[in-house]
Each structure stands twice: as structure tokens, then as C-alpha cells.
Design a protein around this ligand. Sequence first.
Ligand SMILES: NC(=O)c1ccc[n+]([C@@H]2O[C@H](COP(=O)([O-])OP(=O)(O)OC[C@H]3O[C@@H](n4cnc5c(N)ncnc54)[C@H](O)[C@@H]3O)[C@@H](O)[C@H]2O)c1
Length: 372
Amino acid sequence: MKIGIPKETKRLENRVALIPDGARLLRDAGHEVYVEKDAGLGAGFQDDDYTKAGAVIVNSHEELFKVSEMLYKVKEPLPEEYNLLREGQILYAFLHLAAAGKLAKVLLEKGITSVAFETVQFNNGHLPLLEPMSEVAGRLAVQEGAKYLESTYGGRGILLGGVPGVPRAEVMIMGAGTVGLNAAKIAHGMGAHVSILDIDKERLKFIDNIFDSGVETIYSAAYNIERCLKKADLLIAAVLIPGWSAPKLIKKEHISLMKKGSVIVDVAIDQGGCCETSRPTYHDSPIFVDNGVVHYCVTNMPGAVPLTSTVALAEATLPYALNIANKGLGKAVKEDSALLRGINTYMGKVTHMGVAQSLGLPFRKLGPDDIR
Ligand SMILES: NC(=O)c1ccc[n+]([C@@H]2O[C@H](COP(=O)([O-])OP(=O)(O)OC[C@H]3O[C@@H](n4cnc5c(N)ncnc54)[C@H](O)[C@@H]3O)[C@@H](O)[C@H]2O)c1
């Protein structure tokens, strides 16, 4: 198969989908690997590293899209790339279509087979390709939150861990999944008082056990959310229903309950965000203030630490890319129901229920024998 790795075009996105060792693996399996010039630079990989691994360097973005049977990238294509997508291509990347109606329309019109990293899902609900980036984003959320709590940035001027004799900060985490757990680890480690909310009682039990009751677990009911919001210095929002747009659990009127100068890091912004006041921001202008509360809403947080994120992401996504290339998508999904769940659009139809319902589009259920 001809596999193309474009240079990412999202603002300040420095990750790349494939590392040179991965290119070698695909080459050794008999595939042609095309890498756009300078695609790996931001993550510390030179064109030469890819050439030595057997990849071909392609000079232009247009040419890369043209030559690829499977486009293997990190983030969703941007509007200026829509024209470059061509019928029958496989697009393998983070897509977050529930919050990207225009892109979904293009993929349907062009008959693109899109495999979204974030909906590849095991039978037990686990999201193996989202997980490594959620680990990064969860840890980073606390780092960023702590920074924007500094008064220089409009924050309350509170240190997460406090100091002896002075109270520590209150960190509230919505969603005790991968982001939530990783955020809790760092915030707890920095000495903050951490409360974490979820509707999954088993998950709350797990969190309670691993932190030896050092993190407060709270059932995510509206009255508990309101109570916690009044106390919070930092809110990290990380609720997910896979494939669906994020539920807006924090309403506009909730924001006025929060202390002036408190900070919201809405990690779920890639799925539309958990707060009604959130809107996407970029790494070079990551925050805005609404109702006295600092909002950080960067949709590609792991892009800020590309050396860590590229390797973590590439190692998770490569086995699936290899499988698709070796067997063809049809056979690969027949043998792997997790990958089947990753398919969001196929032959002009939305094939993920959450995406279809979030966008108000018809849904076509795919069976393991439906892909050619
Ligand atoms: N902004 C970024 O750069 C970035 C990076 C990585 C992940 N994310 C996003 O972060 C979000 C969380 O990802 P994750 O991997 O932690 O997901 P996850 O599936 O591991 O966890 C989501 C949690 O939300 C909980 N939940 C569902 N409904 C709830 C409710 N009403 N109240 C409280 N909790 C509820 C679930 O029970 C689950 O524990 C996703 O939207 C993901 O796309 C964003």
C-alpha cells in the first residue's frame, strides 16, 4: 500500500504521525512510505532519518496527498486541504467529527473511508489510540492550569500546593477517565486538594483505591457539580462519551458561581467542550477570560510537547496502520472489532452512531463483512 505522512498544518502542531522506525517497519512489510519534506522536524526527526528507513521524501503537500492510498496523519485535515482529499482514499487520523460538521460533509461527498483514532475502541470500552494523548493532555492540563492561575495571566495568584500555613488550591476534575486520572496524579503530586467527579461508580472506586483516599471522589450529579464549582480554583473538564459531542455539563450560569481568577482547562474542547463558554483556542493564544474566569481551550494540547507525544502516539497507532496495509481494511476489520469501531465514514455514509446523532445525519451500521 502507498502510505503518506503529511506535514501537519494545524497552527503550532509539531507532532508527526510516523517515526522513522515505524517507516522501516512498513517498508519491511513491503509498503511504499511517502513522507512530506520536514514533516518530522518539530518532533526531532530529519528527512534523512526517514530516507535511511526506506521512505521517500515528497517535496509538496499536494503531491503527498495525491500519491497516498492511506493518509496517515495526526490531526484532522483543515479546510484548505479539503480539495486535496480524493475519492477512495483511507484517512487515518484524529478527526473528532462530532464537532466538525463541515469536514464530515466533505468526507461523505468524497467517499473517503475515515478511521478516527479516537473511536477505535475495545469491547471493554477502552480507547487505545486516544489513551496515550489523553495521558499527555491530563498531565499537561495541570501544568497549564497552574501557570494560568498565576496573577500575570489573570489568574487568582494561588500556588497549587500552597505553603505550610497557607491553604493549597482546590482542583476539580470532571471525568475520571484517562485525562482525569492523569490530571489527578499530577495535581495531587503538586500538593493541591483534588476532587474528581464521574458517573461511573466503579471508576470512582478505582480512583479512591489507587490514591489511598488522597483524592476525593464525587458522584457527578448537578448539585455536586455546583457545590464543587463554588470552591474550585482550577477546573479540568474531561468528560467523554466516545464519538459524541461533549455534554455541556457546565452552563453559562455555572461560570458566575466560580471565583474570579479561577481557571478552566476544557480538555474535551476537541469534542466541542464541556463548558458552554468554551471555544477552541491555539497554543500561541491559548486563553481568554469570560465572566472573570480564565479559559484554556486548546484542541491539540499534546502538540505542545511533540517529542513525548509523537513517540507515544506513533507506537499506539502503528500496529493498526500496519494491519490495514498488510491485510487491506476489509480483512483487518473482520479480525478486529476495535478497528471496525474506528470507521466513521464509509462510501458516503456516517458509520459511527455518536457522530451521526451529534451531527443530525443518517447512520449506517457497519458489520465486519461490509468493508470491501
Ligand atoms: N484537547 C486535547 O488536546 C485533548 C487531548 C486528549 C484528549 N482530549 C479529550 O479529553 C476528553 C477525555 O478523554 P479521556 O481519554 O479521558 O476519555 P475517557 O473515556 O477515558 O474518560 C471519560 C470519562 O468521562 C466520564 N463521564 C461520562 N459522562 C459523565 C458525566 N456526566 N459526568 C462526569 N463524568 C462523566 C466517563 O465515565 C469516563 O470515565 C475527550 O474528549 C478527549 O477527546 C483532548
